[in-house]
Design a protein around this ligand. Sequence first.
Ligand SMILES: Nc1nc2c(ncn2[C@@H]2O[C@H](COP(=O)(O)OP(=O)(O)OP(=O)(O)O)[C@@H](O)[C@H]2O)c(=O)[nH]1
Ligand SMILES: [Mg+2]
Length: 257
Amino acid sequence: MGGMGRFHRHDDTTHTHADGTTHSHGDHSGYDTRSQRVEILEAIFTENDVRADLNRGAFDAAGVPAVNLMSSPGSGKTSILSATLDALRPTLRIGVIEGDIATDLDAARLEDKGAQVSLINTANGFGGECHLDAPMVNRALQGLDLGTLDLVFIENVGNLVCPAEFDVGEHARVMVYSVTEGEDKPLKYPLMFSRVHVVLLNKIDLLPHLDVELQQFLDTIAETNPRAHVIPVSARTGEGLEQWYSWVDTAVVRPRR
Ligand SMILES: Nc1nc2c(ncn2[C@@H]2O[C@H](COP(=O)(O)OP(=O)(O)OP(=O)(O)O)[C@@H](O)[C@H]2O)c(=O)[nH]1
Ligand SMILES: [Mg+2]
C-alpha cells in the first residue's frame, strides 16, 4: 500500500496534490457534462425499476421466487448452481436465466443438469453490457414456462460492480465471493456487498494455500454489511453447501408456498 499523502483524488473536478495545492479540471477540460449524465442515468434507472416491478409481478403471479446470483467473473456462480441443481432438483423444479456477454457455455452446463434455461447474451443486441437489467430479464422470461417451475435462479454477468446497480425483479440477492479475490474486496467494491442478503464465501478449500485467514474475510464483509448472512462454502468439496440449500428452502421457497 502507498503512503498517505501521495495520492491524487479525481472524484471531483477539483483535486488536491500531495503538496497541498488545489486546482480544478472543470475550467479547462471541456467535458463538464455531469448534469446531463445525471438526468440520463436517472431516466435509465427509473425505467429499469418499472420493468423490474413488472418482472416481480410475473414471478409473484406464478408463485415462483427468483434469486439474483452475482459475482466477479469466475468466483463460482455456475459451479454452485450446478451443485444446487443436483441437490434440489429431486424436490424442486428449477429454472435458470443465464446472463453472459457471449457464449452458451454456462447455459449448456446447467441444461445438462436438467434445468429449464433461458440464455441472454448481452453481446447480441444489448451492447455487450456488463450486467443484466430488468428489460433483459423480461425478455429472458419469455423463454421460461413459469407455471411449471418452483424456483428461478438468475446467473448475472460476471462483474463486481454493475449488476448491483440494477433491480431485475428478484426476491433475493446473493453473491459469490471467492477467497482467491482477496479479503479487501468488500471495502473496495462496497455496493454489491452492501446490497446482498447472502454472501457465499466460496473456494474455502483453497484457504490453506493462501496467506489469509477465514476470519479476515468475515471481518471485511461485516464491516461493509453487518446484516449479510455469510455462508463459507466450497463448490469443489461440497463443504457448507447444505447450509446454503437450507437457506434457499427456509428464506426463499417456503415463504412463497
Ligand atoms: N478450488 C475450487 N475451485 C472452484 C470452486 N468453485 C469454482 N471453482 C472453479 O473456478 C472456476 C470458475 O468457476 P465458475 O463456476 O465457472 O465461475 P462463474 O462465477 O460462474 O464464472 P463466470 O460465469 O465466467 O463469471 C472453475 O474452474 C471452477 O472449477 C471451489 O469451491 N474451489
Ligand atoms: Mg458462470
